[in-house]
Design a binder for this molecule. Structure first.
Ligand code: ADP
Ligand code: MG
Length: 687
């Protein structure tokens, strides 16, 4: 059913919903709130700053004076002072509501709920809604859904549409597809109950029940889908047996560093796989900076020495170019004449054609690129190894497409996502896992600080000082939610301001996602060469960028980022032997947020960060900043719901043991759900 069949959804609103991948009424039912507005108990004015969750607070107050109305630029402001039982007072402001001067009287008692802000050290409650005690008690504890939105689409519109879909069309009604024994054993509510109550829970308890069922359901379908995908079951025989070549050893021995023990172990496992009887399917998991790239280079080189081709696919053009150049440089230094080819989407047509030829003829033994590597036009000569770096950004189908470009190749995926082994085994299904759990010995741990914005000037001076010592710095600019365009403008402005703050001979530049690919590459190249000293950027630098000379990572509005993301950002420094520094700027006074940021201060270990973050949030606290966007399940979170994931995997295993292809009568509907899931979700999950 098209969403336009709903009342109040016309062409325009439909187009906006489409942007959020909502096309049908059924999609809308599966469009879960990203958070809930909970009407918390009113708090005392003196406790407000600590209690403001996402900046929203309610207080039980008495109007203490006359409402003043004045104009500020083009808005009219109605301001008044209120007081609570302790006698503490608070300034309150409403915008464009001048009539309040006539309706609010000194001495009136009400509950105000609005956004708390601090203006020049003074607390202001902005645009609060007013409630009587009776009204507020009715709302207290209830949860109103907050949906992910896009510009032009209001939460009210989405909420109304979802309500209609559920009430009028009953679209959530669905045959139960999780067998009763499994539901009973795991204490799961029915699907239909969950589908409705995830949107409009009447209590926290209902919400938790709904959420648990849906998270379980998602993992359950996921595991069944992965395990029934035929390719994951059987190990194919090795059409490209590649032994270790002594020239590869010589290359490794000539590196300016010796491999860590963990790197050596991973490398040995790869050689064993590739020379053995079955094809390699391996995941290398290692924290940022643990040195995964060099392992990939060894594997590619060894493949090329055996007379085959190896391709490495990375998520961004910037990264592709960088990897390509670093490989070329290494080969040049070691007198290796294996042909290396670079392929990215934005390359000029003529240049692309030339690369296609080099790839087809086999002249290029090593090919590095973005997903341009799997375009139809690329014909490989004899592709024997495919590597995906920061693999979570690529999908199952993309891996499959590689396989279709010749005989099936060996597969190596590299990831910095810290997942405990037990979960990784479930999630990656068919992959063997090597863990690089050791950082190179020459690394000095990054020094961290979490500070408020009054520290900004000192941070700039510190950056200046580092630049004077020959080092470089990144400054990650404030995020602008849901708008790449605004974000781009923001970063551009910031870079200009930054340039003014720094002495004229220190060069600042900016980098953001909206720039043309060639511009991005030019900036990254200049930064790599040290021609740019300070790079103001969005999180485009988050993944994989390697400039070992950079020693400062300053992050504005750090509280807006997930810890996993901040950890990735921090991974951009401390990549060489210089002492590096991370400066997280955060204006928030919220206690929980500050505690969360403090975790980064305590440890540089990605696993520990994920663990601590979870502990701090506590089970059942799924909101705020998401742990990581890597495994983008609809509602489930592999960290917070790890027990549910294990239970779902176990249940799926039991079913498949008896009925491997889900052909039994009682599994007909389940089978249908699994194939729907395979089609719709596996690709989105990017596994
Ligand atoms: P990641 O695992 O995050 O992909 P990289 O492979 O980019 O990390 O490595 C980070 C930096 O560490 C690179 O500059 C690389 O040359 C260097 N490096 C890799 N292995 C070692 C090692 N054993 N000793 C010292 N430096 C190393
Ligand atoms: Mg990397």
């Amino acid at each position: 059913m098209d969403i336009k069949t709903l009342k109040g959804i016309g062409e325009k609103t439909a187009a906006l919903l489409n942007r959020l991948s909502v096309y049908t009424v059924e999609d809308l039912v599966g469009f879960y709130p990203r958070d809930y507005d909970v009407y918390e108990k009113p708090v005392f004015i003196r406790d407000m700053q600590e209690c403001a969750e996402n900046g929203i607070v309610a207080a039980d107050v008495v109007i203490a004076g006359k409402v003043e109305v004045y104009k500020a630029s083009r808005v009219s402001i109605a301001a008044v002072t209120v007081r609570d039982l302790n006698g503490d007072s608070l300034n309150v402001k409403w915008f464009n509501m001048p009539f309040l001067a006539h309706t609010l009287r000194a001495g009136m008692r009400c509950i105000l709920r609005g956004t708390l802000s601090v203006k020049q050290g003074v607390l202001v409650l902005e645009q609060p809604k007013m409630y009587t005690h009776a009204e507020y008690s009715a709302l207290m504890g209830s949860m109103q859904p907050i949906y992910p939105l896009t510009k032009g689409l209001s939460n009210k519109t989405v909420t109304k549409a979802v309500r209609q879909a559920l009430e009028k069309y009953n679209v959530s009604l669905e045959m139960e597809f999780i067998p009763r024994e499994i539901r009973e054993k795991n204490n799961l509510s029915e699907h239909n109950f969950a589908a409705v109550n995830i949107h409009f829970p009447k209590s926290m308890d209902e919400y938790m029940q709904a959420r648990k069922r849906l998270a379980f359901e998602e993992f359950f379908l996921f595991v069944l889908a992965v395990r029934t995908l035929k390719t994951s079951n059987e190990r194919r025989s090795n059409g490209y047996p590649i032994p270790n070549d002594s020239r590869t050893d010589a290359f490794a021995a000539g590196l300016p560093f010796s491999l860590t023990n963990a790197q050596q172990r991973a490398w040995k496992e790869i050689v064993q796989d590739m020379s053995g009887g079955t094809l390699m399917s391996r995941l290398i998991q290692g924290d940022v900076g643990s040195g995964k790239t060099i392992i990939a280079v060894l594997a590619m080189l060894n493949t090329a020495f055996a007379g085959y081709q190896a391709a490495m696919m990375v998520p961004t053009e910037v990264l592709a170019k960088q990897q390509y150049e670093s490989v070329c440089k290494m080969f040049e230094m070691h007198g290796i004449n294996t042909g290396v080819s670079l392929l990215t989407g934005s390359m000029a047509a003529a240049k692309k054609r030339r690369e296609y030829e080099r790839i087809a003829s086999g002249e290029a033994g090593i090919i590095i690129g973005t997903h341009a590597l799997i375009q139809e036009k690329v014909q490989y000569h004899n592709l024997a190894l495919v590597i995906t770096d920061e693999q979570h950004r690529f999908g199952v189908n993309q891996r499959k497409e590689f396989s279709q470009k010749g005989r099936e190749p060996h597969v190596l995926v590299m990831s910095a996502t810290p997942i405990p082994r037990t979960l990784a085994i479930i999630i990656y299904g068919d992959l063997d896992i090597s863990v690089i759990d050791e950082l190179p010995a020459d690394r000095l741990p990054v020094r961290n600080c979490v500070v408020d914005s009054s520290y900004r000037q000192r941070a700039y001076r510190f950056i200046e000082q580092q630049v004077r010592q020959g080092r470089q710095a990144y400054v990650i600019c404030p995020m602008v939610e849901d708008s790449e365009q605004l974000e781009a403008e923001n970063v551009t402005d910031y870079a200009q301001k930054l340039q003014k703050e720094l002495p004229g001979d220190i060069r600042a530049a900016c980098l953001h996602g909206k720039m043309k690919s060639s511009e991005k590459q030019a900036v990254m190249e200049a930064f790599s060469k040290g021609e740019i000293n300070v790079l103001a950027a969005t999180t485009v630098v988050e993944v994989g960028v390697n400039v070992p000379n950079a020693t400062v990572m300053m992050v504005e509005n750090a509280d807006r980022f997930g810890l996993a993301q901040l950890h990735q950002l921090r991974g951009r420094v401390g990549r060489g032997s210089f002492q590096s520094y991370c400066i997280f700027i955060s204006g928030t006074k919220n206690k929980k947020t500050r505690e969360r940021l403090e975790i980064l201060n305590k440890t540089n270990d990605g696993f520990k960060i994920a663990e601590e973050d979870l502990r701090l949030r506590g089970p059942g606290d799924f909101f705020g900043v998401r742990q990581s966007g890597d495994f983008d399940f609809g509602i489930a979170d592999i960290y917070a719901d790890s027990n549910t994931l294990k239970a779902a995997a176990e249940a799926a295993g039991q079913i498949l043991e008896k009925d491997a292809l889900l052909e039994a009568e009682e599994h007909i509907y389940l089978k249908k759900k699994v194939s729907e899931y395979t089609l719709k979700c596996l690709e989105r999950l990017n596994l």
